[in-house]
Design a protein around this ligand. Sequence first.
Ligand code: G6P
Length: 613
Amino acid sequence: MCGIIGVTGADDAREVLLEGLERLEYRGYDSAGIALVDADGISRIRIADGTHSVALLREPARALDRGQRAGIGHNRWATHGQPSERNAHPHVDCSGDIVLVHNGIVENYAELAAGLRQRGHEFRSDTDTEVFVHLIEEQMQQGSDLVSSLRNVLQKVRGTFGLGVMSIKDPELLVAARRVSPLVIGVSGEATYLASDIPAILEHTREIIALDDDQIAQLRPNSVVIETLEGEPITPRLRTIAWDVEAAQKGGFEDFMSKEIDEQPTAIADTLRGRIDGDGRIVLDQLDLSDEELRKITHVSVVACGSSFHAGLVAKYALEHWARLPVEVDIASEFRYRDPVLHDTSLVIGVSQSGETVDTLQALRQAASSGAKVIVVSNVVDSSMAREADGVLYTHAGPEIGVAATKTVVAQIVALELLGLRLAQVRGTLTPEEVATQVAALRAMPDIVADAITRNDDVQKVAEAVNDAKDFFFLGRHAGYPTALEGALKLKEISYLHAEGYPGGELKHGPLAVIEPGCVVVAVASSGPLQEKMLSNVAEVKARGATVILVVDDGDEEASAQGDFVLSVPPAPALLAPLKDIVALQQFAYHLARGRGLDVDRPRNLAKTVTVE
Ligand code: G6P
């Protein structure tokens, strides 16, 4: 999510770091920092000024330069601790001799930090990352070198990491390690580079080694040694990158939308990470609502816009079923101008990937003034909504560049469903066994969604078969209804085709009058409580000549037989099914738009963040 750059052996390490951070800016970030390293010490500068941070580093960084040839830098996208200078990377240990940058999440950081504090370490940030430098410091004080120290520390850490670390004891050595968070190494013969993303180093070298999970690398100006975390040697695989910088920013994908569709399993896994403890308790530590307060809630109101509204609608089915609370879901621009009935036992949840959408922000302000508890589901740490709300539930989808939301939506559904399970837990509406079943089902979703993504070529064929159609109706029932709404929204946003989403049961109350040959009906008919009724709706549109595309679970021959075309998806429990059914509809919209030669990342007339009414 964040950006890492590192170098050893450069003529001008400062410039390599600053340019690298500029190349990583496209991902979005809130703060930045660099540290130059030589035997005399670590010179560090950090700035937290949103997307201006790298530009602002340039001037003060000049003063740090005394010809150092090595260093590390970082663009931060906050996950633990607000965006601020003190939380920006690189972080240093108490002695100031060790410096480190990190992408990922340390799940057990609270426990590790408590131990370190007891042993006298002084923390200078609110980040989970800082535990690494202090743990390495302890190891080095006992005589270990940097590599063995890091190896030992990684055994104590639960979570994900892509990290670069240096010490003034051996200032030419840059040590890197990876679990889940990507890292690449670039070699040029004179200098060796480290980055979280290829574009950061592409202007220096096209010879790249991708570090794999659970590997540790020792980078020196003209050598790279890679081992497993257990110390087994690895023969590095060098590949030559032919892409230009823009293609590299997309990681080899044609556009950001397809890259972000592909990142959905990680977005789900990262949003779940660290939120279910060993006893199966859902831990949402930034929610700031006690069990007592959660028990007092009598009604829930979700407010959101666009795709975030659809995530809220999916959550309604789950929250009502699991926590037995009445849940309303409102479009924020409607909520703020009516006179909603709220009291101090109401929980109002704003859902917004940006945390800045003006209608949602205003709706939450209004809710707060009526005494309701206000929480926010946001993908941006310390966004306006996050700052003002009583509590926050962050999604960890990473920055989303494509205007039409994809990975942030599935992350929002997961975050809201975790909240639903937490409410059910404290209110006793589900037994511990029932919660455990749901938790296991949620934990299986990254793999199921990854499986759904592999159907891309089949989805493309179906999209090509209906390329000439002008009218699309998306039907769904139960949690498949918001899925249908999201499918219709994705299609209209990026293909500019007429698309409407309806609950299947409403067909007879209007839409059926419009159905005629040439219309395409996409029906979400994956197995669920209302599948049979959905298929009756399908029969009605077929009888009127519509072309029918069915989203069905693998192996459901009976349902498949009723469609002209089928988008097969792996099965999942009904309340989680939107997470994988949405994937098929995202890909369907994507291929229709691409087939029409359109820019899927920047649809006409639309903006990523809408800060005007
Ligand atoms: C814009 C974006 C949508 C997004 C909506 C709500 O319309 O194009 O993708 O769903 O805003 O944004 P939010 O940041 O509040 O989730």
